[in-house]
Design a protein around this ligand. Structure first.
Ligand code: SAM
Ligand code: SF4
Ligand code: SF4
Length: 338
């Protein structure tokens, strides 16, 4: 099938693909995999349920034919999967894919950053929600100290990866860490992106009162140094970007709750067991693993992806307050991959 660009019901092109390669995680962040729900008896996927690397590459090839240029590998914690550099190396060679990034909690980067870079990974987003030990431990739910993530950040920088840091802010839990985190990243010249606490999944006890808005976060950052807004780099950019006027470092805000961006949402997501989701807040996915394992040809897979994207009407963030979506059963962030 020749290259064809597809658009959905609101003329949004298909440009980015997020692939979750592992549903398990070594953290239990309260906003994502609360420990009381994701306990010892939680039914995580068996290995044969996960998409194989061959299956992931086949899907990436078909998505690339439909206009996808960027792939982000995520999870759960993607680096809990064995041989991730091998996967990266294969994805780098997929025709049409121009950019491959990884989102990780950073714990395994000390060991793996170099190999990932050598495999062709360009960028890594490392999640870090606090610098103060007790606050970080409360956020990650597993008593992990921030030092291990800070070492992971250094390892990624030393390996030559472009690093961004993601910080989810929950009011009353880690909001006092906003300025220390902004200062740490500014001093290191790292782009920090604040993420509003989102109502993903069914289990994180989300409440609007715990959301620290982009506006509040921006006010806090501006106390460190004057900032100015930057133009988006491309259509569909998720973060609104700012720079410190004097020193030039960037800081971004992902304001999925208070300033929605569904109108330019160009992202498809694949869960670790091969379900395609056309929205982070979807209730159901489309089973690509079943399609692949039933012997579908690559053209049949591509046709299926076209059909699915063309009928897409998702705009959950814009509808969030409407009665019709309030009782939706949403899938978990650790399953779909953020
Ligand atoms: N484990 C990796 C990590 O934490 O970077 C990758 C997967 S994680 C699901 C991807 C991103 O989603 C992380 O930056 C995390 O902070 C963010 N995230 C998870 N739950 C969230 C929520 N309820 N609201 C906002 N961001 C969330
Ligand atoms: Fe794990 Fe990432 Fe979810 Fe935290 S946000 S529990 S590190 S998947
Ligand atoms: Fe995209 Fe759905 Fe998020 Fe809107 S709510 S930006 S459609 S993922």
């Amino acid at each position: 099938m020749p290259k064809q660009n597809v658009v959905d019901q609101f003329s949004r092109p298909l440009q980015d693909l997020r692939i979750s390669i592992m549903d398990r995680c070594n953290f239990r962040c309260s906003y994502c995999m609360p420990a009381e729900i994701f306990g010892d008896d939680y039914a995580f996927m068996h290995e044969e349920e996960l998409l194989s690397f061959d299956e992931i590459v086949t899907l990436a090839e078909q998505f690339a034919k439909l206009g996808v240029k960027k792939i982000r590998i995520t999870g759960g914690e993607p680096l809990l999967r064995k041989n991730v550099p091998t996967l990266i190396e294969r994805l780098v060679h997929v025709e049409g894919i121009e950019d491959i990034a990884l989102t990780s909690n950073g714990v395994f980067l000390v060991k793996q950053a170099q190999a990932l870079k050598e495999a062709g990974l360009a960028r890594v987003n490392i999640s870090l929600d606090a610098l103060t030990e007790s606050v970080f431990q409360t956020m990650n739910g597993r008593n992990v100290k921030p030092e291990i993530v800070l070492k992971g950040i250094d390892a990624a920088l030393e390996a030559g990866l472009e690093v961004k840091v993601n910080m989810v802010v929950k009011r009353g839990v880690n909001d006092q860490e906003v300025q220390p985190m902004a200062l740490y990243c500014k001093q290191k010249g790292i782009n920090l992106r604040f993420i509003e606490f989102m109502d993903v999944g069914q289990t994180n006890g989300w409440d609007f009162s715990q959301v620290v808005s982009k506006k509040e976060l921006l006010d806090e950052v501006a106390q460190i140094g004057e900032v100015e807004a930057l133009e988006p780099n491309y259509f569909g950019e998720v973060a609104s970007r700012y720079r410190y006027v004097e020193s030039g470092e960037e800081v971004g805000f992902i304001s999925s709750v208070t300033e929605t961006f569904c109108g330019s949402c160009t992202r498809a997501r694949i869960s670790a067991d091969g379900k395609l989701f056309t929205c982070l807040f979807a209730e159901e996915g489309y089973d690509l693993r079943e399609l692949l394992r039933s012997g579908a040809t690559t053209d049949m897979v591509a046709d299926y992806l076209v059909g699915t994207w063309e009928k897409r009407t998702d705009r959950y963030s814009e509808e969030r307050t409407e009665e019709s979506v309030r009782n939706k059963r949403k899938i978990e962030m650790s399953y779909i991959g953020g």
